[in-house]
Design a protein. Structure first.
Lengths: 210, 124
């Protein structure tokens, strides 16, 4: 209706008798989308800018081997959707390669207990950058290089944005190698993780990662 | 009936309200529909509900208070950006686009002039 009357009159927008100013609409939308793009870019650059509530249950993360550079560890808190807070140790990796990556979670369904498992293809290398794991417990064989233990958590600088609160325990290493790592985790964040041959399995009889 | 509906629609930023309403519902419903499919993101449940409900309300406000559309439009844009930052990219981008299109539609809308024949009911 609006469009029809506009077509018949061919009037410039300012003298339209009523309704919708299309040029103004396009201009406003362009400005709004530009602001959104700036916000999106800012968010993508800050590792921790995207905060999310974690689900109410823990997941398991494991890998056969991870090596790379830039390693931090500090205590933190995560909040789950119901508002409950859980103390965690944040493990951060600036850049590294993972082999035998596996994540699993138990999903209660109306049909019973299902296991959802994500894993990389056997032997495939998964490159990761700015990986942050909010861990409740960790089992691993770790080899650190240039290690600093009990550095102030707020002064950690191996990963931009990944710092704890002032006065708290922090650990930082320049290089690291981890073998057979098993992590109980509330959340995994990563700025990039390319998983060749990702396998997703969901079923009542699937195995958890460990 | 249709004439009355058109008449009602013309006197308020109808498209703006509809788009904002849909954006709110989309952000509100995404965590509910997504449950079980996405595990480790966990969804910003509380913020999602709050901002989704806020956008739904703002959509209704466009319809019920056309005169206040400027302030409603500003609040809609702010709510959409807050959702972008805190809730799964504002319903995976769909809610964000809907809400911002609604904002722009409100900015572009103009009430019919008092003398406009379309405003006053006349026999169809």
């Amino acid at each position: 209706m609006m469009l029809m009357s506009r077509g018949q009159h061919q009037a410039p927008p300012s003298t339209e008798p009523d309704g919708f100013r299309w040029r103004r609409f396009a201009l406003a939308l362009a400005v709004l989308l530009m602001v959104s793009a700036v916000l999106g870019i800012a968010m993508a650059q800050g590792v921790l800018a995207t905060s999310f509530a974690v689900s109410g249950r823990k997941m398991k993360v494991s890998a056969q081997r991870i090596d790379g550079s830039g390693y931090v560890m500090y205590p933190s808190l995560v909040t789950s959707a119901g508002g409950a807070r859980h103390p965690v140790t944040v493990l951060g990796i600036r850049s590294g390669r993972m082999r035998g990556m596996c994540q699993s979670a138990v999903v209660p369904t109306p049909l019973g207990r299902y296991v959802l498992r994500l894993s990389s293809a056997p032997g495939a290398t998964v490159p990761v950058s700015d990986l942050l794991v909010s861990a409740s417990h960790v089992n691993a064989d770790i080899d650190y290089r240039k290690l600093q233990i009990n550095r102030d958590a707020a002064s950690l600088d191996a990963i931009p944005g990944a710092t704890g609160n002032p006065g708290q325990f922090g650990l930082q290493a320049a290089r690291f190698t981890v073998n057979d790592v098993h992590v109980g985790s509330w959340a995994v964040l990563s700025s990039s993780m390319r998983i060749p041959g990702l396998r997703l399995a969901l079923g009542p009889h699937e195995h958890e990662c460990f | 009936m249709i004439h009355t509906l058109n008449h009602w629609r013309r006197r308020r930023p109808f498209a703006a309200g509809l788009l904002t309403l849909l954006a709110g519902l989309e952000i509100l419903l995404t965590p509910i529909i997504g449950v079980g499919l996405i595990i480790n993101t966990g969804f910003a449940g509380v913020t999602g509900f709050t901002l989704g409900a806020l956008l739904t309300g703002l959509g209704l406000l466009f319809w019920l208070r056309p005169a206040h559309r400027a302030i409603t439009a500003i609040l809609t844009a702010i709510a959409a950006w807050a959702a972008l930052l805190t809730t799964n990219l504002a319903g995976f981008g769909i809610g964000l686009i809907l809400a911002l299109t609604g904002t722009a539609a409100a900015i572009a809308w103009r009430p019919p002039a008092p003398g406009d024949a379309n405003v006053h009911s006349r026999p169809a």
